[in-house]
Write a protein that binds this ligand. Sequence first.
Ligand code: TEU
Length: 556
Amino acid sequence: MDKKWWKEAVVYQIYPRSFKDTDGDGTGDIRGITEKADYIKNLGADVVWISPFFDSPLDDNGYDIRNYRMVAQDLGTEEDMEELFRVFHENGIKILIDLVVNHTSDEHPWFIKSRNGEGKYRDYYIWKKGNKDVPGGYPNNWESVFSGSAWKYDEKRGEYYLHVFSEKQPDLNWGNEEVRKEVYEIMEYWIKKGCDGFRMDVINLISKHFSEDDITEDYFFNGPKVHEYLREMNERVLKGRNLMTVGECPGATPEYAILYAGNDGRELNMIFTFEHMDVDSGNGKWDFKKPQLKELKKILSKWQTELHGRAWNSLYLNNHDQPRMVSRFGDTEKYHRESAKMLAHMIHTMEGTPYVYQGEELGMTNISLTIPDELRDLESINALKDLTEKGIFSREHMEEAIALKARDNARTPMQWNKYLNAGFSEGTPWMKVNPNYTYINAEDEQKDPDSILNFYRKLIVLRKNNEVLIYGDFTEYFSDSDKLYVYRRKMRNTYALSVNSFSGENEELNLTGIIPENAEVLISNYPGVIKEDSRITLKPWQCITFIWEEDNAHKE
Ligand code: TEU
């Protein structure tokens, strides 16, 4: 077993604009993050990943960067950021920054020079001539993640540039060595400032697969040179530095994960998979369906077993791009607390590094927004327009889809207390506060020993004190059940069995032959566990981890 600090860590993700506003402009800021270092330390997180805080015209809320070395003016100053690094490091918390280098903003000086055809910048982006055989005359039929063609014609240059995301996010040309050098310099800059690692935005998209005669293939993902580039980055920047890296990799399978984040350490430490986040999607994200537990279990278990001993998982149900997990997989009506705790328990008892997204630890939920006025995210604004205009979905369908799936669900202000604007800001928040802050908020939960927040604290401590939960191997039981997710972790002679109920009813479970009589309850989201011999009755959404030691190793 290969022990590493980042395998034992719990990461807390901050979306700066929605975390804590200290100057009353309605937008969260860097000082707001620093002010909450104690809160994060108390939670037990070891690492904080901060979503982009760099200078940006905010077309995609900061994932469109105009200056990689400058803090966005409305978020603070360079000194504020230095103070943030200092305070978090004093508290023993490491900082990951978001490296968004598949694309820049179209307002980045490189792009401005590139469209003018200036010197070395000419080939910093992906420019192509139109193709009259493609509908619309575009270079090929690739579509943008944010609707419409992935190509935009530029009058100045007289060519099309590629933008996998919005028009204001032109894709960088990683085939150009100068571009790669620029990226490594940005990384060096932030390492010098004190960052401890990188979350890399859509890093498996940096090498595009162009084939002149085949224009029908959609080929942004896992392109032919992606490993060459990541290995170069590792050699030039990461190697020997003990930094943490996590690559966001939509469309990656476990086989890809082993290539990107294999134990050989040649590329990244771990990746974010999206497979389990697609369980409520049909033909694309907006074609929503009810998630099926069996499908979710199958995906999660596959990643657990296939990566064990080969690569390392990252574990998450939430981030700034996903709806709130308790609204998606739990029951916010009757069993809000129980189901939020159960989901947390599931994540923290699997193999991998857990990621907690701000507010998840409070059980924050999806929000109901007036459509389109209260929407903030270009993805849903564009999709609403595009898909209804094309007649693919009705307005009613899209309203429901947005309520269930929109990224805005994750981006409502953090709920600190039950007072004005949930204690997020004294000004007018940039985005609507979820009205349920009166009963879902950090201040109240801190005082309540039985709160979701305090359950997260317990889970994080337990994981640290029980190595089996970090490094143990994974065996699933009752894979046919569509109500229960049961798995065992084993490390040397220590065993832990986790049971997670996705049911709003009592459920019977016979664990004879699976756990011994003397197994102890390590944690549960209910005060007691109803157990007769090895038969247990689970309460609605109950979760339990049992732990035991096997004296006679030969029994196994
Ligand atoms: O996301 C990449 C991505 O493919 C998805 O998360 C996508 O935005 C989502 O599934 C659409 O429903 C990253 C960032 O996390 C996201 O916030 C950015 O918008 C995107 O890259 C572009 O930088």
